[in-house]
Design a protein around this ligand. Structure first.
Ligand SMILES: Cc1cc2nc3c(=O)[nH]c(=O)nc-3n(C[C@H](O)[C@H](O)[C@H](O)COP(=O)(O)O)c2cc1C
Ligand code: SF4
Length: 521
């Protein structure tokens, strides 16, 4: 019988040479007359081990990594087809503590199955949620999602069920489901990993959303920098359509849902839901004023659910296992799990799905293994470029939406970017303003002009001293207040968070007396 070898086809693994490793395995096996079947799975999310190659043995899947093409003959010599010992061997994959200590609900199949195998998908619990939803009334599906406590994983953490309820109760001849796969936050990659590693989960989640709100058409708006995700989704949609999981008559139910992929326009602001809708309509990505909410007047003026990839891909498991099962995870009003993404200066970067309540210390030390540079950590930015910088003294705060809001931070899409003690926080604050200036859609003045003035004021704070510095600091605080209160969307409205957190927690980097940092509040 052929030995099964898993070589990931995830972008991170491909960037580390996975295709060349797969070719080397094939050639070496042929040279030795060994019969092997290579499965291109998603990534397990342990990015420092990519390409992580797994061999199916009697004792389960055994992990080897990072494997280079030149390692392959030695791995055969070591008898890896039977789980043989080798310097690159990490033992049974599921026993690696990085994976064992996670609660993988949304990512349950990622890295385990062949992303485009329907048989694999079904064997690992796929379509159970949609099957259940097909037998339920739309408002029961909405109620289940509401009861699960699921909140939007794109950043704003709005309750998913409430958004769906609004769309369901808004009459229209055509409604839409739009998946936000623009994933523009720095240090984030969970959407990409999910789309590449388990595309049917997103398709199933969107079909369930369609049934729940009576929408028959869906679009997935994927950032253009994700060609592998786009290819995986298009292939999976074709397969699902052929097998009647999409189309006019899903599994003979008489219910319809159609799905198409659209390539994003390459701007951070196109991830903001109303800009995204403009872009989907073929226009420039500029923010729309709200109201009306997209749930009432969204794509082409019709009621539209806009949800993040992770929000939608979590729905099938909720419909399959029940609302109570999901809400059992997490704490307070932050129920379920979040796929955290560890990036920046961290030894073991990757994807860690944990229930809310985990701390940065656990994520960055226990999972992350400390800084990549070996130097002490100094700060972490959580929640993308608009998230606050958290000093190490705050790393024991449980990560939950409310607990983070209480310390003027945000959880966002779960991106965690770590910095060691060489980071210059004044430069990071300047960068936050510069990022806003570059990415601003230009519609409102506090963001368009304020961010450019912000860069200049921060430069003056760093350059000046004494009273002049104090005056510039007061000016910056005024500017931040104006951006916070006067911006039309969260790009301008939240840029003050990284800026003010940097001043508050690291005043010395701005040449300020720590006692003065209270001015930044
Ligand atoms: C500047 C800006 C960029 C955003 N980028 C993204 C993004 O890349 N992906 C995403 O899912 N949400 C993004 N959002 C949030 C969306 O506007 C919206 O809240 C989200 O798509 C709703 O889905 P959810 O409820 O499932 O999170 C962004 C918001 C802002 C203000
Ligand atoms: S805050 Fe910035 S990105 Fe948002 S609408 Fe105003 S100008 Fe556009």
């Amino acid at each position: 019988m052929a030995a099964t070898i898993f070589v990931p086809c995830d972008s991170a693994a491909l960037a580390a040479g996975a295709d060349r490793v797969a070719a080397a395995v094939e050639q070496e096996a042929a040279r030795r007359g060994r019969d092997v079947r290579i499965v291109r799975n998603g990534s397990r999310g342990m990015l420092w081990l990519e390409p992580l190659v797994e061999v199916q043995t009697q004792a389960g899947r055994i992990a080897y990594g990072p494997v280079r093409p030149g390692d392959v003959p030695g791995l055969f010599d070591a008898g890896w087809l039977d789980g043989g010992r080798h310097a690159l061997c990490h033992g049974p994959t599921d026993e690696i503590s990085y994976l064992r200590e996670q609660e993988r609900l949304t990512f349950a199949r990622v890295g385990i199955t062949d992303p485009l195998s329907l048989a694999d998908y079904e064997a690992h619990g796929g379509w159970r949620g949609l099957r259940n939803a097909l037998d339920m009334a739309p408002d029961t599906v909405v109620q289940t999602v509401m009861d699960s406590g699921l909140r939007g994983r794109g950043g704003a953490a709005f309750p998913t069920g409430i958004k769906w309820k609004t769309v369901l109760s808004t009459p229209a001849s055509q409604k839409y489901i739009v998946c936000n796969a623009d994933e523009g936050d720095s240090g984030t990659f969970s959407d990409r990993m999910l789309m590449e590693g388990d595309p049917f989960a997103l398709i199933e989640g969107m079909a369930i959303a369609g049934l729940a709100v009576e929408a028959t058409q869906g679009f997935i708006y994927v950032r253009s920098e994700y060609p592998h995700a786009i290819a995986a989704l298009n292939a999976a949609i074709d397969i699902a359509r052929r097998d009647n999981w999409l189309g006019d008559d899903i599994q003979g139910s008489g219910k319809a849902f159609h799905l198409e992929v659209r390539k994003g326009a390459g701007a951070y602001i196109c991830g903001e839901e109303t800009s995204l809708l403009e872009s989907l309509e073929g226009k420039r990505g500029v923010v729309r004023a709200k109201p009306p909410l997209p749930a009432i007047q969204g794509l082409f003026g019709q009621p539209t659910v806009v949800n993040n990839v992770i929000s939608l891909a979590t729905v099938p498991a909720i419909l399959a296992n029940g609302a109570a099962w999901y809400r059992d995870y997490g704490m307070g009003r932050s129920q379920g799990t979040l796929p955290f993404q560890l990036a920046g200066n961290v030894r073991h970067g990757g994807l860690v799905e944990k229930a809310f309540g985990v701390t940065l210390n656990t994520l960055l030390h226990d999972f992350g293994g400390g800084s990549a540079s070996g130097r002490p950590f100094r700060a972490a930015q959580v929640g993308g470029p608009l998230g606050a910088y958290l000093p190490v003294s705050q790393w024991d705060t449980p990560i939950d939406y409310e607990a983070y809001a209480a310390i003027s931070a945000m959880v966002g899409h779960g991106g965690v970017v770590a910095f060691d003690d060489t980071v210059d926080m004044a430069q990071m604050a300047r960068y936050a303003m510069e990022f806003c200036a570059i990415e601003s859609c230009g519609k409102c003045t506090p963001c368009r002009i304020g961010s450019t003035r912000g860069v200049e004021v921060i430069e003056r704070i760093v350059r000046s001293d004494g009273e002049a510095r104090e005056r510039q600091l007061a000016l910056l605080n005024d500017l931040c207040d104006t951006m916070l209160g006067g911006s039309l969307c969260a790009l301008g409205g939240m840029t003050p968070f990284p800026v003010q957190s940097a001043i508050r927690h690291f005043p010395e980097d701005f040449g300020l007396d720590p006692a003065m940092s209270a001015c930044a509040d």
